[in-house]
Design a protein around this ligand. Structure first.
Ligand code: SAH
Length: 393
């Protein structure tokens, strides 16, 4: 099929020449034809030189690039890409690991597949498509996963209902594309978690905090731990290994239920743990000297650049409350998962928070996302998770 040709304005070829995978609508000089959302389009510079092929989307990001070579992104193309994503994870020991059977198999731009997320939960692949171009291929992706994973795959669930751009008019239904499965129990670094992709946030679990949770376990011995924005209790479970007390706070009742269930799965009825359903900002008003270790892992405060300033204020306010009130000698694990907040901006927010309290603060670790959430070097935005471990004297 003839692909629609899109020509960029003079000078706007610099970004794709440096392999950045997004073409913004403002860079486009002319569209030759009338592409529909999700169609393959070819991108040319204004001297008629081919630059890239990708999925078209009306809106700010107009093209999500699949290749900078003049190839045909057909099923073989995607099979190769998914195969390479899986092989890379195999080569770093993530796919056959008796301690961990939950991982991200495909990380969108990080694996050169913009718009496609595939997470693996002990036999069940959960896909989440963020573009119509990828959504149209969902059945093919399920087939490819079957071929590549063989008996390691029991079911494929598509959870794109909330992630397909609503302007597209497509009503995606969350459904199994292959097999069926009830919620499963996975292992992460030897700890057990029940995963319910149908009701949970994202694909069901925040896999991206795996290494940071492990680090937390190294610091929690004998401590009073407060896990803010605890969701399914990921950090809490690790802390329960050796802490004297763990409190999980979340505003969502279902999250709190899941957190309780996960604590029980690993530790039975253990009175060291308590979960509290309340607003984080309110809870943090009154915790003076009650905790030695606090985790702050809020949802993304900024989804778009135009609310960046507010988001940075939000991180500052949150961190002030924790730094002010933690016990002397306390440790805070503080995170931002907003794509538009850079590492530098986040650090400045925490710096401003520390300065506001006047306490002595040292940075012990600078954290990021684990290797199954790789950062595309040409796409700095794919480094979305940043964190600091700080020591408050
Ligand atoms: N740390 C978790 C992931 C956190 S996701 C993990 O490792 O799995 C963010 C969580 O913040 C969600 O569960 C959401 O319900 C909760 N949340 C959002 N706004 C909140 C608020 N104002 N107060 C308390 N919890 C909130």
């Amino acid at each position: 099929m003839q692909r629609t040709k899109i020509v960029l304005k003079s000078g706007k070829d610099q970004s794709p020449r440096r392999f950045h995978p997004w073409i913004f609508s403002g860079a486009i000089k002319k569209i030759y034809g009338d592409p529909v959302e999700g169609d393959l389009v070819d991108v040319y510079d204004n001297k008629d030189e081919f630059l890239a092929v990708g999925h078209y989307q009306p809106g700010s990001i107009a093209v999500r690039i699949l290749s900078f070579k003049n190839v045909c992104p057909d099923i073989d193309f995607f099979r190769d890409r998914i195969k390479s994503a899986i092989e890379y994870r195999k080569s770093i020991g993530l796919t056959s690991n008796d301690q961990t059977n939950v991982l991200r198999l495909v990380h969108a731009e990080g694996d050169d597949m913009p718009g496609l997320i595939i997470d693996y939960y002990n036999g069940v692949a959960v896909m989440q498509m963020h573009s119509v171009g990828m959504y149209r291929l969902r059945k093919e992706f399920a087939q490819i996963l079957k071929e590549l994973l063989g008996d390691k795959l029991k079911a494929v669930f598509d959870k794109s209902e909330g992630t397909i751009p609503f302007m597209s008019g497509i009503t995606a239904a969350n459904e199994f594309l292959y097999g069926k499965s009830d919620p499963v129990v996975v292992s992460e670094n030897g700890f057990k978690f029940k995963i319910d992709w149908t009701t949970g946030q994202k694909t069901g679990f925040f896999i991206d905090q795996r290494e940071n949770r492990r680090l937390l376990g190294d610091y929690s011995e004998g401590k009073s731990v407060l896990n803010m924005f605890g969701y399914t209790g990921g950090f809490s479970v690790y802390a329960m290994k050796n802490a004297s007390l763990v409190h999980t706070v979340d505003s969502s009742a279902s999250a709190i239920d899941m957190a309780d269930e996960n604590i029980k799965l690993n530790f039975g009825d253990d009175s060291r743990h308590k979960s509290i359903k309340t607003d984080a900002f309110e809870f943090l008003n009154d915790i003076k000297d009650r905790y030695d270790l606090i985790i702050l892992d809020p949802p993304a405060f900024a989804k778009h650049n135009n609310v960046l300033a507010n988001a940075l204020q939000g991180y500052k306010r949150l961190n002030i409350k924790a730094i002010e009130q933690i016990r002397p000698g306390g440790i805070i694990f503080t995170f931002s998962c907003s794509q538009v907040v850079t590492r530098e901006n986040f650090r400045k927010s925490v710096f401003a928070a520390a300065a506001n309290t006047g306490r002595r603060v040292r940075i012990l670790h600078q954290m990021s996302q684990p290797p199954d959430h790789p950062v595309n070097i040409y796409h700095p935005e794919s480094e979305y998770l940043k964190g600091l471990v700080i020591y408050v004297e």
